[in-house]
Design a binder for this molecule. Structure first.
Ligand SMILES: Nc1ncnc2c1ncn2[C@@H]1O[C@H](COP(=O)(O)OP(=O)(O)OP(=O)(O)O)[C@@H](O)[C@H]1O
Length: 247
């Protein structure tokens, strides 16, 4: 079964299309980078898939069913900047929110859920901050808590929107180790990613996007200068230098 199937997806804001007829099938057990210039529609794609914004036309299937039926199987790590970090709650409670799909909204989390949430915090090196208000955490620490929440969900497919933005090198390493661990467990992980230098190192597959799908496939055959040129257009001379320098 295909974890994520997107067919002819078109999304518009105020009647102006920002994603046009995007189709792809994400294979199981891969780390997939979603890459493209600013405003390419990367976040919009994820939000459309998760039903957070209306779609104009097209279809999205998670394991061949509509998202609403598969909610429990899907984990989401939003862009850090879009979250209200002043919301009065501590790190452990944020992670426990990830368990509600399993617990049910009207029941209280039991000891097992608490322990599981703590284990998730431990995994991202944040257990000692369990009782800390999230507003008092650094950007990288907040990002780790969100990853712990995603882990607590025990999902099969994960969508992460720029998890590496604003984190230090140690956190970036911890996140990539975690993504690889999820992959080893057979999970499918789609990650919006900005840094072209690390795409080849981090991702098995790549979706190159600029309003339309430019290319989709294994990184080696897809993340090519020709495809990057199509996605980034005039900005590539600079990028090309950077890519060559980066090797
Ligand atoms: N809520 C909104 N209302 C109107 N237009 C929007 C809204 N959100 C995004 N857009 C527009 O849709 C387009 C795609 O935005 P999106 O955030 O999906 O791009 P992105 O590829 O994630 O960009 P970035 O790399 O800068 O984060 C942009 O032109 C943006 O201005």
């Amino acid at each position: 079964m295909v974890p994520v199937r997107v067919e002819n997806l078109t999304i518009a804001y105020h009647q102006k299309p920002v994603l046009q007829e995007v189709s792809f099938e994400a294979p199981q057990g891969k780390l997939i980078g979603i890459v493209g210039p600013n405003g390419a529609g990367k976040s919009t794609l994820i939000k459309g898939i998760l039903g957070l914004i209306p779609i104009a036309s097209g279809e999205v299937r998670i394991y061949e069913e509509i998202y609403k039926k598969q909610r429990k199987k899907v984990g989401y790590v939003p862009q850090r900047g879009t979250v209200d970090w002043d919301f009065p709650t501590n790190a452990l409670d944020v992670v426990l929110m990830g368990r509600y799909g399993h617990i049910g909204w009207f029941k209280r989390p039991n000891k097992k859920d608490q322990d599981f949430a703590k284990a998730c915090l431990q995994k991202v090196g944040m257990l000692e901050f369990a009782n800390r208000q999230i507003s008092e955490l650094s950007g990288g620490q907040q990002q780790r808590v969100f990853l712990a929440r995603a882990l607590a969900q025990e999902a099969d497919v994960y969508f992460m929107d720029e998890p590496f933005v604003g984190v230090d090198a140690a956190t970036e390493k911890a996140i990539i180790a975690l993504l690889n661990e999820l992959k080893e467990m057979g999970k499918t992980v789609l990650v919006v990613h900005h840094d072209l230098q690390t795409v080849e190192e981090y991702f098995d597959w790549v979706l190159l996007l600029n309003m339309r799908k430019i290319a989709f496939g294994p990184t080696k055959s897809t993340f090519t200068i020709e495809n990057l040129q199509k996605a980034y257009g005039g900005r590539l001379t600079f990028l090309q230098d950077q890519l060559i320098l980066g090797k």
